[in-house]
Design a protein. Structure first.
Length: 478
């Protein structure tokens, strides 16, 4: 097995290839492998049969001795192995639902999963890097990168909705690519005092963020996903964490997938100088350890670059100010739409499920508040939904752009521009309360469409509420 994806410190200006970033695919793994070499046939057979094995409660009995990871070669094989082992691990742990979780991951899974994770510099848990960045293939190898021509490599029960969720998120990542390239262009322009190129880069960035919002809209009609959060950090079903047999005698705790693990918004925030509360900053920085190390290094390099905001302020260039503020507004609009998608596909489903679950059992709560933030579990979302617990529990670590815990920590509290209606979101007793059953979230008018003096409705109750006016502090003024 080859050494990990270490990245040496790179002098500015940035070069995407040195951070394992693609000019065409950005943070996505270009052309992921779909099969592992012959010694790893047992892994692939189980992975491809996961939906049937899980729903028939036979997965655990099928996890037998499997080969070690020493024969894996190259980044692509390692990423596919990590994807396969993370899905098998999730199925193994949650096959029997919340009441039937195991405390120990058997050595034949734990050791190769740990070895592959160490080689990639990733934690041994399903993350955004697995779930989306490396979990896609073209149906027609020569066809376009469109949802009709895309499929996942590995899936779980609820495959069609899960497929739509993953692939729409992939399209959001793909839409961000021009913005990623614009970051490099902008930093180079700052260093060269080239205002014309900088203006063009900011225009490209704003357009890319707008295209991300359009891509996210594809969630309508492509996913009816019902989620349950999962990790073995701060998870009431696994309060002590998980023992990786053959790796550690002590339980280990990892956060499950989260939107915070997607490098895209980290990179945009660093370039635009968006700052969060101390609490959320700590959470976001911890989530960076769930990114591939080269991607994390890219964000850190942007942080070390000259301040774009200060450069725009000191330039006295009205065009640059306008272009910069357009980027900030586009980011606010993206997060506004993002929270609407979350409300529709997670919170509403949770509300309906809550009513149904009360008829079955009182043991499942609507949400488990994070003990540190009171917002939702560390892993992203711990909303309990009304699908069969043994099936829906497997929709775990669903990260990317629609995890509630991250939105409450960051988008809902620290960044403004979020049209959250009072009847849709509220912090009551430190716990997310979904909208009433049957309600449909609606987008509010953008701030520019409101009448003068009209008060924005986007707020959450109490001191944690935010207003679009707060977001404007990130803009630059004449």
């Amino acid at each position: 097995m080859e050494p990990g994806d270490s990245t040496e410190e790179t002098p500015l200006p940035l070069v995407l290839a040195r951070f394992q970033l693609s000019e065409e695919y950005g943070f996505l793994l270009p052309h992921p492998l779909t099969e592992l070499p012959a010694p790893y046939g047992p892994w692939m057979e189980i992975a491809h049969d996961l939906p049937r094995l899980i729903t028939s409660h036979r997965l655990r009995s099928h996890v037998h001795q499997v080969p070690d990871a020493r024969h894996l070669r190259g980044r692509e094989e390692l990423h596919l192995a990590h994807l396969v082992l993370s899905f098998i691990t999730m199925g193994y742990l949650w096959q029997e639902g919340e009441e039937g979780t195991v405390k120990v991951l058997p050595q034949n899974l734990a050791v190769p999963f740990w070895e592959v994770s160490q080689a990639l510099g990733l934690p041994p848990i399903l993350s955004h890097a697995d779930f989306v960045l490396a979990n896609w293939r073209r149906k027609n190898p020569n066809g376009p990168l469109e949802i009709e021509n895309l499929d996942t490599i590995i899936s779980l029960p609820g495959a069609e909705s899960l497929r739509g969720f993953i692939l729409v998120t992939l399209l959001v990542e793909k839409a961000a690519v021009p913005g990623i390239k614009a970051i490099v262009q902008a930093i180079r322009a700052i260093l060269q005092l080239d205002h014309e190129t900088l203006h063009e880069a900011l225009q490209e960035l704003a357009e890319a963020i707008g295209d991300m919002t359009k891509a996210l809209a594809r969630m309508h009609g492509n996913s009816s996903l019902q989620l349950e959060g999962s990790s073995w950090k701060d998870n009431p079903a696994m309060p002590g964490g998980l023992v990786y047999e053959g790796v550690s005698d002590e339980p280990l705790a990892y956060s499950g997938g989260s939107a915070a693990q997607s490098t895209v918004l980290h990179a945009f925030d660093e370039l635009l100088g968006i700052r969060h509360s101390e609490e959320s900053t700590a959470f976001l920085h911890r989530m960076r350890h769930y990114m591939p190390p080269p991607h994390r290094a890219f964000v850190e390099e942007i942080h070390r670059a000259p301040s774009l905001r200060q450069h725009v302020l000191s330039s006295g260039d009205a065009r640059l100010r306008t272009a910069f503020n357009r980027c900030v507004s586009a980011l606010a609009d993206f997060r506004s739409y993002h929270i609407t998608i979350v409300t529709k596909y997670i919170a509403v489903a949770a509300a309906k499920a809550k009513a149904g679950q009360h008829q079955v059992s009182d043991s499942h709560q609507t949400c488990q508040p994070d003990p540190d933030t009171g917002a939702g579990n560390d892993q992203g979302s711990s909303l309990k939904v009304g699908a069969s617990p043994r099936v829906s529990q497997l929709l775990v670590s669903v990260p990317q752009f629609c995890l509630l815990g991250f939105l409450l920590r960051v988008s809902g509290r620290d960044l403004p521009g979020l049209p959250l209606r009072r009847d849709h979101t509220a912090h009551r007793g430190g716990c997310w309360q979904p909208p009433a059953t049957g309600t449909t979230p609606k987008l509010l008018k953008p701030s520019g469409e409101r009448k003068a003096g009209e008060r924005s409705e986007q707020s959450v109750q109490g001191k944690r509420g935010v207003s679009r006016l707060v977001f404007r502090r990130c803009c630059v003024k004449a």
